[in-house]
Design a protein around this ligand. Structure first.
Ligand SMILES: NC(=O)c1ccc[n+]([C@@H]2O[C@H](COP(=O)([O-])OP(=O)(O)OC[C@H]3O[C@@H](n4cnc5c(N)ncnc54)[C@H](OP(=O)(O)O)[C@@H]3O)[C@@H](O)[C@H]2O)c1
Length: 336
């Protein structure tokens, strides 16, 4: 195997923990003696050991049996190791203390607290470092993480369910299911990918939604953000039950999103009604719009998503992909 192949293997080790590592990046690591893999590791759970520490701990069990000293080993990791004390001690410290003398890094960390600093520290400690293998695959795997650090804001996706005549819900405020059971299942999978779900006060009151990700695999549930100035919120509603909820009273959406610049949110899924969705789409903050379109109309008692002649495209988004889910169509639009 060549370096790229080992990195690819580390990328797939990391992938297993896509839903439990978030909002941290997925990271995989391998320790090699010559061309033999001695140990493998990944960052499995947000707040727990990073991949580099896991792989070193795993290799320690084979010390004396498969190798005599860590100085014989090469560490391969997908992302630049951390150099700061966060929820766990710095990985650079663990690497230096282990006695490893060669490190191969797939991609530099985009986080300005790290970016290149860990590499420098390893080199200063007489460790040979090579960087830059399969970088596009690593960036793609950690799309939201790279986006957040490169743009100083979380990746924002607006998700809407629309009837064939472009409506959001019935005027009488009763909860309306627009799309099929399969589309709604797809939304559960979508929610599982995000660090937070954001909605508005009217949706909370009219729909009594849970807005969690009901999937049959282990995930870090997205946190919830409620934009509302209502003083009569019922915190016994199911929305408040199973995840941390942040109630935000600020109306300026740039200010709202700017507040997440330094928080552990790389991605936010906006699931609101026409008022808040249109308010977001009138800013430059939204990166993606996902429309689940039903073949059935709601008719004149339905509330329009957009004013006449306005479409997702006219708001500055290009159709990226479109496919059928039962009789519904899922359309993904990306900012032009
Ligand atoms: N089809 C779908 O995909 C879908 C998805 C979600 C909801 N819905 C439907 O949407 C209906 C509610 O829609 P809606 O348009 O009335 O309400 P909404 O968009 O859910 O929420 C609007 C509320 O958001 C808050 N808000 C905070 N900052 C804002 C800003 N800058 N601009 C606008 N709003 C801001 C305000 O809350 P306060 O007034 O509390 O301060 C405002 O009343 C529900 O009945 C639900 O059925 C449909």
């Amino acid at each position: 195997m060549n370096i790229e192949e080992y990195i690819q293997r580390a990328i797939s080790l990391a992938e297993t923990y896509r839903y439990t590592a978030k909002p941290n990046p997925m990271v995989g690591a391998i320790l090699l003696k010559d061309k033999t893999i001695i140990a493998e590791g990944a960052h499995e759970l947000f707040g727990s050991n990073h991949a580099e520490v896991n792989v070193i701990e795993s290799a320690k069990k084979k010390l004396g049996e498969k190798f005599k000293s860590f100085s014989e080993l090469t560490l391969i990791c997908t992302l630049e190791p951390c150099n700061h004390r966060g929820k766990t001690p710095p990985c650079t410290e663990a690497i230096i203390n282990s006695g490893i003398k060669k490190v191969i890094i797939g991609c530099q960390d985009p986080n300005s607290r790290m970016s290149g600093k860990s590499i420098k520290k390893l080199i200063e400690n007489n460790i040979e470092v090579k960087v830059g293998f399969c970088e596009n695959d690593i960036k793609e795997q950690n799309k939201f993480f790279f986006y957040k650090h490169n743009n100083q804001k979380p990746y924002l996706t607006v998700k809407i369910a629309s009837s064939s005549d472009g409506k959001s819900h019935y005027r009488n405020k009763n909860r309306t299911y627009i799309t099929s059971v399969s589309s709604r299942d797809d939304v559960q999978q979508l929610r599982a990918q995000y660090d937070a779900i954001l909605t508005g006060g009217n949706t909370l009151i009219n729909d009594n939604p849970r807005m969690n990700a009901r999937v049959n695999f282990e995930i870090n549930q997205p946190k919830k953000i409620l934009l509302s100035n209502k003083n009569n919120l019922d915190i016994n509603q199911q929305f408040f039950q199973d995840s941390q909820v942040e109630i935000v009273k600020e109306k300026n959406l740039e200010t709202v999103i700017n507040n997440y610049k330094n928080k552990d949110y790389c991605s936010i899924l906006i699931e609101a009604g026409p008022k808040l969705v249109n308010a977001f789409l009138s800013t430059n903050l939204v990166d993606e719009v996902i429309v689940y379109q039903s073949p059935h109309p709601l008719g004149p008692n339905g509330v329009d998503w957009f004013n006449k002649d306005i479409t997702v495209e006219s708001l500055g988004f290009n159709l990226e992909s479109s496919y059928k889910i039962d009789d519904d169509t899922k359309k993904i639009f990306l900012k032009c």
